[in-house]
Design a protein around this ligand. Sequence first.
Ligand SMILES: Cc1ncc(COP(=O)(O)O)c(C=O)c1O
Length: 341
Amino acid sequence: MSLIKLLKKSNRKLLFTTPSHGQKFFIFSKFRQFYKYDISETEAHDPQKALDEAQKRAAKIYGSKYTCFLTNGSTSGIIAAVLACTNRGDKILIWKNAHPSHHNAVKLAGCEPVYYDIPTDKEWDIPTKTTPDLIDIKGIKAVIVTSPTYEGIVSDIVALKDICEKNNVYLIVDEAHGALYPFSDRLPSSAVNIADFTIQSLHKTAGGLNPTALLHSNCNINPAQALSMINTTSPSYPLLASIEANINYLNSQKGRKKLDDLINNIMTLKEQCKNVDFGGDDITKILIKKDGLSGFELSEMLYDKYNIEDEKTNEISTMLLCGIGTSKKKLMKLTHVLKSV
Ligand SMILES: Cc1ncc(COP(=O)(O)O)c(C=O)c1O
């Protein structure tokens, strides 16, 4: 049975178990539905089996060997992936400026960090791709690559996997910002079927609630056990069920059409705004720069004058993040604003 169905099923047992609110006592009445679905691993509910099945169905959808639902963000997926494939004292290759979770994962696993650097694209003031020549994997157990970067720069994961495989090195891809990639041929290729472990945040671009995410394994290691070392023993089933619903939506005709519409709407915006330059490999991250303005000035102008907040800014460019929930109306407003900048 699906997790969503299981949570909707009424339970006739009188439960003297956690959670003691018993799905009927609401301190925060606005969260009524959330409480209603907030169950534990009781015999009456038995959501663990439904969760296992939902994760197996997800793995089929993604074509992965294992897919784990995460309710503590990509952060927990990155830590679990490192814990799953390393032993204390192993060397892990990580990007100097990587997300803190990469550094913390290495520390928590008792491994030794070895750092690589990525050149900056001077035209946009953003990090470039991770290429095989940037990573020296001799004596390394695993390498973590961020692809796409925050600004939507995508690395050649096939080439990276190739050298990792030849050297018996695990490839972990932080695809936190690329959770939509498996659902459209018009977006960059996902690492899910290539890397040993791929981690995606559903909450960033794919319509998920904070902090839902996914950890996929494409190798023989099931990361569930490593994950259990850092996870609570009282998971949030409403959040877990939302992940199941999220994946089903993205994989549905309706979801794919919504994603297609989003891409079309952003393409229209790009065609209409000839007075700004667009960059990046991923159309859903609107990376712009404007002659005569620094990225910070452009960002400030958008915020102060037009009430538009961007996701990330640097000296030269600024990035406006879009996702499955970005409406046509919102993009039309942005088009209007960018045309007049
Ligand atoms: C590149 C990258 N990796 C990992 C993470 C962690 O993701 P989460 O917030 O889902 O834990 C972030 C968050 O901003 C990120 O930007």
